[in-house]
Design a protein around this ligand. Structure first.
Ligand code: ZN
Length: 288
């Protein structure tokens, strides 16, 4: 049975107004899952302890905390140092760039990324949504980060929104395939998935898989040994029902949907996607 620790207090009170309880919604797998992309550094320490407790109950065996700014990279590293369950990614999110990536900042990121708790270059990429930073600034920052990841031998976790042709072109031009990585929060076509896999990248699926039919059709055809899963969790206080706030404990729901689409059982998805992620990390991590 689930323990009722203090970290559950406010969560239980909030959920009592809902029809489903956490215990009823919780899914789990016997084989541990890896949540390959989150922003768990953005939670308060109290919120984080509750989140990690719920993740453990869902048998999430490892959570990667992706940096988005210099200060968030420092935070992800601090979290990884204090939680054996969390490893860090270092990187600058394209939408968070405040100007060109200068040498001093790049050097600082490179130093952070040499730490043993840093297992990937994450997250970086291109984001061409309105009001995003200048495209040339984003592209230069991405190229510099790919070069640093290659220098350090770290896999890259790539963000691409409204920018897929440029993302694919730059990954190719900068030989990102030398280190590989994952195409985070994948939501594209079969054609794009093939381009990502041809470069040597895994396709990372998240909760849109639960609802988006075109993505389900693509995911059904992709080879399971090139897929990983993630939640991209970040604080979502705007969602009144705490059960709907995306957290790592939702990861088995993604695994279950992928299993259904692929016509295999959920344990196969758990085992293969976890093995894929560990392979992508090049043996830097072993699950305890
Ligand atoms: Zn992210």
């Amino acid at each position: 049975m689930l323990s009722k620790q203090p970290v559950w207090g406010s969560f239980d009170r909030l959920q009592s107004r809902n029809t489903m309880t956490f215990e009823e919604e919780l899914k789990t797998t016997r084989h541990p899952l890896i949540d390959g992309h989150t922003h768990v550094d953005q939670y308060s320490p109290d919120e984080l302890e509750g989140l990690l407790e719920r993740a453990r109950l869902a048998n999430v065996g490892l959570i990667i905390a992706a940096g988005t700014t210099v200060s968030s990279c420092e935070n992800t590293l601090a979290l990884a140092e204090s939680h054996s369950f969390i490893k860090a990614g270092i990187g600058l999110h394209p939408a968070d760039l405040t100007g060109p990536l200068d040498d001093a900042t790049a050097e600082h990121l490179h130093d952070l990324a040499t730490h043993a708790e840093v297992v990937e270059w994450s997250e970086c990429g291109l984001d061409y949504m309105p009001h995003s930073p200048d495209k040339a600034v984003q592209q230069d920052a991405l190229r510099i980060q790919i070069r640093m990841a290659r220098d350090l031998g770290l896999p890259l976790v790539i963000h691409s929104r409204e920018a897929d042709p440029d993302t694919v072109r730059i990954l190719n031009e900068e030989h990102a395939g030398d280190v590989g990585g994952a195409w985070h929060y994948f939501g594209g076509s079969m054609e794009l998935a093939k381009q990502a896999m041809d470069i040597g990248f895994y396709v990372s699926l998240a909760k849109p898989l639960l609802r988006e039919e075109p993505l389900q059709a693509v995911a059904a055809q992709l080879p399971l040994d090139r897929l990983v899963i993630e939640t991209d969790s970040y604080p979502q206080p705007f969602k009144k029902n705490p059960l709907r706030r995306t957290e790592p404990w939702h990861l088995p729901q993604v695994a279950e949907k992928l299993a259904e689409l692929q016509g295999v059982d959920i344990e196969t998805v758990a085992e293969v996607t976890t093995a894929n992620y560990l392979r992508m990390l090049g043996g830097r991590v072993e699950l305890g």
